[in-house]
Write a protein that binds this ligand. Structure first.
Ligand code: MN
Length: 277
């Protein structure tokens, strides 16, 4: 099933995404965190199946996990992206992180601070953890996943490349948009083909498939869990395919600018849209 958080009268409410649209699920009395922790989903299934319930006309999304814990990220996880950015193909997953205030929902405006200018987008599949994971095997890893969402690993390239540590180029406030919804792991197999695309002002920039990842989801969760104690609701960005502005040296697309809108689409999940200001 697909679940999202929406704002209604200033409060965060769990909602289900149906073929009809987004349906407020407050009547189920559950929060996203409670569902991630394993609450019975039957009341949500009932709400999703009830055609008499109203659909939110223009849902205002809230963060997919609220409050969120860790934001772990994997770099250079698509071969062509590594080649195009003159980076070595990694032998082990490359881990970095964002702070919690990087997370914003679909629809949120993201500020590009005026003291930098090399802003770039990165379409990514994002793992939503469902269980504690500390030193789990590859075989155990996928059972620790609650679901998946779309992410945009917004980056400031000059800051990212200034040292060997990527943090300052990755963790500005709002630089980790995720959403609009979480698709639960029983309905989305990341080892099956799903197109992943990005658009800037409706122009297609990235067009790949999540099965092109160098390290698949099970490997990412297992490896990360040997160094980061993963908890329910933690998010793991899994890397971006080729097509970002950084690539090719010529920067043919130009950096992101205030007024641009970035859309990340992953088949089977949805469309994450954020305007830059
Ligand atoms: Mn990335």
């Amino acid at each position: 099933m697909k679940l999202c958080n929406i704002l209604v009268d200033g409060a965060v409410r769990l909602a289900v995404v149906t073929e009809r649209g987004v349906v407020d699920a407050a009547a189920a009395g559950l929060s996203m965190r409670e569902v991630i922790a394993g609450a019975d989903r039957a009341p949500l299934e009932a709400i999703a199946a009830d055609p008499s319930l109203p659909v939110a006309a223009e849902p205002v999304y809230a963060n997919v996990v609220d409050p969120v814990g860790k934001l772990v990220c994997i770099g250079l996880n698509y071969r062509q992206h590594a080649i195009n950015t003159n980076m070595p193909i990694p032998k082990y997953p490359v881990l970095f992180s964002k702070f919690a205030d990087a997370l914003v929902p679909s629809g949120a405006a993201v500020e590009l601070p005026a003291w930098e200018d090399s802003y770039d987008y990165e379409a990514e599949l994002v793992i939503v953890m469902g269980r504690e994971a500390w030193g789990v095997s590859r075989e155990e890893a996928k059972a620790c996943v609650f679901g998946y969402t779309c992410g945009n690993d917004l980056s400031c390239r000059d800051a990212q490349m200034r040292s060997g540590q990527w943090l300052i180029g990755k963790t500005m406030p709002g630089f980790g948009p995720c959403g609009p919804c979480i698709v639960t792991a029983d309905e989305f197999d990341p080892d099956e083909p799903h197109a992943i695309r990005s658009y800037v002002n409706n122009e297609k920039r990235q067009d790949s498939d999540i099965t092109d990842m160098i390290f698949p989801v099970a490997e990412i969760v297992s490896y990360s869990s040997r160094y980061v104690h993963l908890s329910p609701g933690d998010l793991i960005f899994t890397g971006t395919p080729s097509g970002v502005a950084l690539e090719g040296g010529e920067n043919k697309y130009g950096w992101l600018r205030a007024g641009d809108e970035v859309e990340i689409r992953i088949d089977g999940i949805g469309s994450l849209r954020n305007r830059l200001i």
